[in-house]
Design a protein around this ligand. Sequence first.
Ligand SMILES: Nc1ncnc2c1ncn2[C@@H]1O[C@H](COP(=O)(O)OP(=O)(O)OP(=O)(O)O)[C@@H](O)[C@H]1O
Ligand SMILES: [Mg+2]
Length: 205
Amino acid sequence: MCLATAVNVAYLAAQTGRSTVLWDLDPQGAATYSLKGSPDDRVSAKKLARGKRATERLKMMTRSLHDGFDLLVLDRPPGMTMLTENVLRAADVLLVPIVPATLSLRMLDQLGGFIAHTGWTDIRILPFFSMVDRRKSLHESLITNARTRHLQFLVTEIPHWSDIERITVRRAPLPAFAPASPAARLYARLWEEIAACIGEPVRAR
Ligand SMILES: Nc1ncnc2c1ncn2[C@@H]1O[C@H](COP(=O)(O)OP(=O)(O)OP(=O)(O)O)[C@@H](O)[C@H]1O
Ligand SMILES: [Mg+2]
C-alpha cells in the first residue's frame, strides 16, 4: 500500500473509534516520516525482509497484535518481494491503489494470478483508482474498461491533487491538516467503503 493511503486510512479508522496500529514495513520509512515518527531499529522492516524464516515472524507478530487492536494497517514496500508475500499471508484485506495505467492494471492481474496460484484465497483484494486525472481520455477509457473486468474495484476514486502531495510536507494525515478539503472528503468516502467491506460498524466518537 502507498503511504498516502496507509496514513489517511489509519487516521480515519482511529477517528471512527477503532483502535488502530499503523506498521510501516517499507524500509524507506515514508509513512513513519509522514507522521513525524522516528525509525526504531528493533522493529525494523529490514530485519523482517532478510530471509524466509525471519519473515515468518510477521504472521506471528500480526497474530499477537490481532487480539489487542481492531485494525492493523501495514504499509508494505513496493514490488513482489518476500516481505510482500508474507504480508499477503498475514493480511485479511489488501488495499491496492491503482494508477490508471496499463502497467498498474497488469500488476493487479499478476497479483490475482499469484494469489490464485498460492491458494491464499482468503485474502480480500480491494483495488481502487488513485492519481486519477479525469481530463485525460486515456484515464477515462482505462478506468471504464478496468471496472468492467474487475468488479471488485471500489467506487471512490482519488484524483491527482496537490493537497494529497502535501502529506509529506505537513507530515500529517490529510484529514488532520485539511479536514474540510474535497480530497479529505474523498478519503473519508474511501474509508467508509473499506469499513463496509471489513464488516464492522463505523462508530462515531
Ligand atoms: N492522489 C494523489 N495526488 C497527489 N499526490 C499524491 C497522491 N497519492 C500520493 N501522492 C503523493 O505522492 C507521494 C508518494 O506517495 P504514495 O502514496 O504514492 O506512496 P509511496 O509509498 O511512495 O508509493 P510506493 O510504496 O508504491 O512506492 C507522496 O508525496 C504523496 O503525498
Ligand atoms: Mg510505499
